[in-house]
Design a protein around this ligand. Structure first.
Ligand SMILES: [Zn+2]
Length: 447
């Protein structure tokens, strides 16, 4: 594999922020030192660019197979690289759903052909596939995904005993969507009675209320304790859940039994944004108020929330433009992942070091992905180079995601991804995709 020399970058490393050169060789970071020279090696001038580990996005819905008008592995992996995401872990609510290893391996084979980013896939709990879960090889799968509440039809697993059975059957980390579906149904009925069939979008935060999340997160923690399962609660959206989780943080990212993720929409937007964003901001769990948003960002900064994922979940623009009950939930965001996190850094809400930990280093630790998620000699050269002084205003026409709309359109982001390297290959150069080479399957170093 070819060499590439990055000259004079500002590197965010586990040892601190340093000005240095970086040599990629054989897909890995071969050397980090000032004034490196490698005659004949292609050079990227990184003067005034920030070098960050590529985001390992633990939470995407690339909708493949089954929804070619929304997204494909090919389209979204390309959008991901433009947002500085070099690896992704894809959720099982595809069609057919990924509830058997046969299906999962089919997705993996397709990604090997079509994904330009590194990839891994979750195995979904369906309520009646415990035997499949038990025999799943922990080194081959991102984790077991369990929906505690109703969001995706057949993936619904509500009954406590069946949930407990699934928790016990999981051979590795369980990623959880926590919302109380009965409470949601009751609040939907109440809103329909009061406001009719087309209530305003801001009511999403009341229909999918903070209690929906808190009840379900408490249930998940109880089930983890009873079963002994290791859980990772996705897209935490309320201050109360942050407080709850802060009581269970024993050990580091690798060894904790219970941990939580913050998702990009909840870190970047608040309920005040429903009026201007409309259906583009409708996602589950709902985006709550500004105090929650601040609490979530602070929790990422303090390490109370271990990881950040995008929860990239595209739907066609025409569907997202519909009225509240017709509008499907999910935000399109992967193309703006690193620039959005850098907006939080520029606002002094998040430090660069914490952002790197949450979206790369600690994801690798939590999921046990060796040699990724940090800029260190010997690690895979998954690197994003960002110009922190080159702002962008996001236009719908710039979107590479197939669905053609994003919650980030109309936003002004203070930084741009300039180059992205995956396994030492320059795949985005000067903001443009320049390589079709496939990514690699993520490997999980689990017993
Ligand atoms: Zn999701």
């Amino acid at each position: 594999m070819a060499q590439v020399l990055l000259k004079d970058a500002t590197l965010v490393t586990p040892q601190g922020i340093i000005q240095s050169d970086l040599l990629c060789d054989g897909g890995r970071i071969a050397k980090i030192a000032p004034q490196l020279s490698a005659p004949g090696t292609p050079v990227l001038d990184c003067h005034e660019l920030l070098a960050l580990p590529g985001m390992i996005d633990e939470h995407v819905h690339f909708r493949d197979p089954g929804f070619p008008a929304k997204a494909t592995l090919a389209s979204e992996s390309r959008a991901a690289l433009l947002g500085g995401v070099t690896s992704f872990m894809d959720m099982p609510n595809t069609d057919p759903p990924t509830v058997s290893m046969t299906r999962l391996l089919e997705k993996k084979a397709k990604a090997a052909q079509q994904s330009v980013a590194n990839y891994a896939f979750y195995l979904g709990a369906s309520g009646d596939n415990c035997e499949e879960l038990k025999k799943a090889p922990p080194r081959e799968i991102a984790g077991i995904k369990i929906y505690m509440g109703a969001t995706t039809g057949s993936l619904l697993v509500e009954d406590y005993e069946r949930l407990l059975e699934a928790f016990k059957a999981a051979p590795t980390l369980i990623a959880l969507h926590c919302e109380d579906s009965e409470l949601i149904a009751a609040q939907e009925r109440r809103v329909k009675n009061l406001y009719g069939e087309e209530p305003e979008m801001a009511l999403h935060a009341l229909i999918r209320s903070r209690d929906c999340c808190l009840n379900s997160t408490k249930l998940a923690i109880a089930l983890a304790k009873e079963s002994g399962a290791r859980i990772h609660i996705l897209h935490i959206s309320t201050q109360e859940e942050v407080t709850l989780l802060s009581e269970y943080l024993y050990g580091n990212a690798a060894t904790r039994q219970i941990s939580g993720e913050a998702a990009l929409p909840h870190l970047f937007f608040s309920a005040a944004d429903y009026a201007r964003k409309g259906g583009l901001l409708k996602c589950n769990p709902s985006v709550k108020n500004e105090a929650d948003r601040r609490a979530l960002v602070a929790a990422v900064e303090r390490g109370v929330l271990t990881t950040v994922g995008t929860d990239h979940a595209p739907h066609e623009a025409a569907l997202k433009a519909q009225s509240y009950f017709k509008c499907p939930s999910g935000c399109t965001s992967v193309q703006f992942a690193w620039p959005a996190l850098l907006a939080l850094w520029k606002r002094r809400e998040l430090t660069l070091e914490s952002a790197v930990k949450a979206c790369a280093q600690q994801v690798a630790e939590r999921y046990r992905i060796p040699d990724r998620g940090r800029l260190e000699e010997g690690c895979y050269a998954d690197i994003v180079l960002v110009n922190p002084a080159l702002p962008q205003s996001v236009d719908r026409y710039d979107l590479k995601s197939l669905c053609g709309c994003s919650v980030f359109e109309g936003e002004f982001l203070p930084a741009r991804v300039v180059h992205t390297l995956v396994n030492g290959v320059v795949k985005v150069k000067d903001g443009t995709l320049c390589s079709e080479e496939s990514g690699q399957a993520l490997y999980f170093a689990r017993d």
